[in-house]
Design a binder for this molecule. Structure first.
Ligand code: 13P
Length: 290
């Protein structure tokens, strides 16, 4: 059933678990995410990142995500991940998304507050929840033909300048009225090139200051032990995509190297779906404390 992000996260916060937010970029990944959530009987967030428009446009994937969400036996929030403009968030709201993320984390604090507050006004008037981001989450990207581009804690002299500051988080939440907040404490979007080193104490300080559900971006590739502490410290939504996507790719690679009488594309689709479902299930069990 289609659910509101705010409601889904309120339960997670009260009962100290996290809801997985998985990017559905293909029919295979959408089916894998929903099947895993149904098998485990837990709520899930199906999201589309604006940066994935090159794989499939939001307008094309939205009806598919909403279709699977509505007929699911578990609560499913349909969410815009990393929306970068007012227009994009309004488009997502009109398409039926139940929550939007407006990401102005690259802008200065006052601009982030002012622009996020505008989104909150229109989203809340439409019954849609809002996630915002404060601080800098690292990114590592495999650029085909060019190797990897990445930033990490080693590139910054003072991590206090880029990780989320608890007092600023409190002021941000008070001024904008957002429903949940993505925070920076050492996680990396994409593949981890070195062992994650997370400032998990910072998460509990932000939770105490901000008082709303916190979101971990760059959630795939983190150890189970770190997930558990992060959840205890206030993380209620974990964004997870890269390692699920990788699990699908690796399974297809293996499938292709085996000897088949004939190679059919639909077998590849099913192989990727089943590997991604298994990966999502594994992550969801840890997030849900099951
Ligand atoms: P990963 O790249 O770690 O899977 O994180 C995804 C994410 O944070 C999407 O917003």
């Amino acid at each position: 059933m289609l659910a509101n992000l705010k409601d889904v996260l309120a339960d997670a916060k009260a009962r100290k678990y996290a809801v997985g937010a998985f990017n559905g970029t293909t029919l295979e990944s959408v089916r894998a995410i929903i099947a895993a959530a149904e098998e485990l009987g837990c709520p899930v967030i199906l999201q589309h990142a604006q940066s994935h428009d090159n794989i499939i446009d939001m307008h094309e994937i939205a009806p598919l995500m909403l279709h699977y969400a509505k007929r699911a036996s578990v609560p499913v929030a349909v969410h815009l991940d990393h929306g970068s403009s007012y227009e994009r968030c309004v488009q997502a709201i009109r398409l039926g998304f139940t929550s939007v993320m407006y990401d102005a984390s690259g802008k200065d604090f006052d601009t982030n507050v002012a622009q996020t507050a505008e989104i909150v006004k229109i989203a809340h008037a439409s019954g849609v929840s809002v996630e915002a981001e404060l601080g800098h989450v690292f990114t590592s990207k495999v650029v085909v033909g060019e190797g990897t581009t990445a930033d990490s804690a080693d590139d910054y002299n003072n991590l206090d300048d880029i990780y989320t500051d608890p007092d600023m988080a409190r002021r941000f939440v008070d001024a904008t009225g957002v429903d949940c907040l993505a925070v920076a404490f050492g996680t990396v979007h994409g593949v981890y090139l070195t062992e994650p080193r997370l400032d998990l104490d910072r998460v509990s300080k932000i939770r105490d200051a901000a008082g709303i559900p916190l979101v971990m971006h760059g959630g795939s590739g983190v150890s189970d032990a770190d997930y558990r502490v992060a959840i205890q410290n206030g993380i209620c939504k974990i964004n997870y995509y890269t390692y699920m996507n990788k699990a699908g790719g690796e399974a297809v690679k293996q499938y292709l190297t085996a000897d088949h009488a004939a190679l059919f594309f639909d077998a590849i689709s099913l192989c990727a779906t089943s590997a991604m479902k298994a990966d999502v299930l594994r992550a969801m069990r840890v997030f849900a404390g099951k």
